[in-house]
Write a protein that binds this ligand. Structure first.
Ligand code: MTE
Ligand code: MO
Length: 413
């Protein structure tokens, strides 16, 4: 299992990152003007280009409002520039159904473990706290993160890149909980359900399943804390599933029911929704039919600029430090490279501290003084399995798994 650093080192890192941020007066940070307007520019293909910032959600600071009910709140990009961990109060929020408890009594809360087990369990938070504790830094990313950049446009939340976040999750191993219940031979999958409910009873509840071996891999965990604090209600208080390296559709929030199945789960969210073309990069041509579909699963490498906004202006005279974040998907970051000549040549960026293979990794690079005029900067990540971000945008009907190389167009003045 991944080795985890202590809380103290994350705080130290955040402090250092803050100090570095103060030193970048010349750089174009999206924040200053956007925050004053209480809206942000999102240069997504289909628009709208302006999105309201909201402060109206409990335990949440300023967030980009995608939808109110059920809440879809996006993290503003400059939050990722401040540190490798995404603060809880600006961590993105996504729910499928509007019937979400507005409070949960942690003392009365019980997690049930049932189905194909020797002993049905009803565990209090106190019971879980007695199990061995684990901590893991991991990226939580929606399958549809960056959907707003799909061209042609596809239906669904038009996220920019902020439907992702990185946190240090503390909890217990799902394996330890399953072992306490005693999984019977013949178990095939494990199904997870949370306290939220569909608005109408006939609609499909949000339940997700993992194969039994994955559920018992010693990495999948039940988290009760995020960045050293209890989970915000909107991020799943009091418990959520963490499936390191997999898209967050499996990271069931307000987790209340674990059911061991002796068959494969064929519920709507597994068999129909959240499937992708079984092709490289889940890529198909718009309109292409007859493609084999498979459930979405592992994440793929991505990298982003965090201190250069799209269409930003930089001073031509000075050299600049370009910064960003990257993650490898289901494994660590091997390298991050930048190109300033439309992908003909690539230079290695310097990587920041390593918080484990499932975490964001910061990167930075000093670029020499820029010629006056337009420039495009490209960034790409290669992960430890050798997977690299594709040069051309991948496309599918659901707007899932975009991971093409990002380009920032800037003007040196
Ligand atoms: N109970 C429950 N868990 C859920 C969902 C949901 O609708 N209900 N949505 C999933 C999806 S699709 C995403 S992207 C993540 C979002 O996690 P966050 O809101 O903590 O960022 O929660 C996942 N877990
Ligand atoms: Mo999602």
């Amino acid at each position: 299992m991944q080795q985890h650093r202590t809380q103290a080192s994350s705080q130290a890192l955040t402090r250092r990152a803050m100090l570095r941020t103060i030193g970048v007066a010349g750089m174009a940070l999206a924040s200053s003007s956007a925050w004053a307007d209480q809206s942000v520019e999102l240069p997504i293909a289909g628009g709208p280009r302006q999105r309201p910032l909201t402060h109206d959600f409990p335990q949440k600071g300023p967030m980009i409002l995608q939808r109110t009910r059920p809440p879809l709140l996006e993290t503003p990009m400059e939050v990722f520039d401040r540190g490798v961990f995404t603060p809880n109060d600006q961590f993105y929020v996504r729910w499928h159904w509007a019937v979400i408890p507005t409070s949960v009594d942690a003392a009365a809360f019980r997690l049930s473990v049932s189905g194909h087990v020797n002993q049905v369990l009803s565990l209090s938070i106190g019971d879980l706290l007695k199990l061995p504790r684990v901590e893991l830094a991991a990226v939580n990313q929606c399958s549809g993160n960056s959907r707003g950049f799909f061209s042609p446009r596809v239906p669904g939340a038009q996220w920019a890149h902020g439907a992702m976040g990185n946190a240090r999750w503390t909890g217990v191993l799902l394996k330890d909980v399953l072992d306490r219940a005693g999984v019977k031979p013949g178990a095939i999958q494990v199904r997870f359900n949370g306290l939220d409910e569909p608005v109408v009873p006939e609609a499909p509840d949000f339940r997700k399943s993992l194969d039994i071996d994955h559920a018992r891999d010693g990495e999948v965990m039940i988290a009760f804390a995020m960045n050293g604090e209890q989970l915000p209600l909107l991020n799943g208080f009091p418990l959520r599933l963490i499936v390191p390296g997999w898209y967050s559709t499996y990271w069931v929030k307000m987790l209340s029911d674990i059911e061991v199945l002796d068959r494969a789960d064929d519920n709507y969210r597994m068999a129909t929704a959240y499937t992708i073309p079984d092709t490289p990069h889940a890529n198909i041509a718009p309109g292409q039919t007859g493609v084999k579909m498979v459930p979405i699963s592992r994440m793929v490498p991505r990298s982003f600029f965090t201190n250069v906004a799209e269409n930003a202006s930089l001073p031509a005279a000075a050299s600049a430090t370009i910064r960003g974040i990257a993650f490898g998907g289901d494994t660590g970051v091997a390298k991050v490279e930048l190109s300033m000549d439309d992908g003909r040549t690539w230079q290695l960026a310097t990587l920041g501290d390593d918080f484990g293979k499932y975490s964001f990794r910061r990167w930075q690079m000093s670029v020499p003084r820029l010629e006056k005029g337009h420039h495009s900067l490209m960034v790409r990540c290669t992960n430890l399995s050798g997977d690299v971000q594709p040069a051309m945008p991948n496309w599918n009907n659901s707007g899932f798994m975009l991971n093409a190389v990002e380009t920032a167009h800037i003007t040196a003045i």
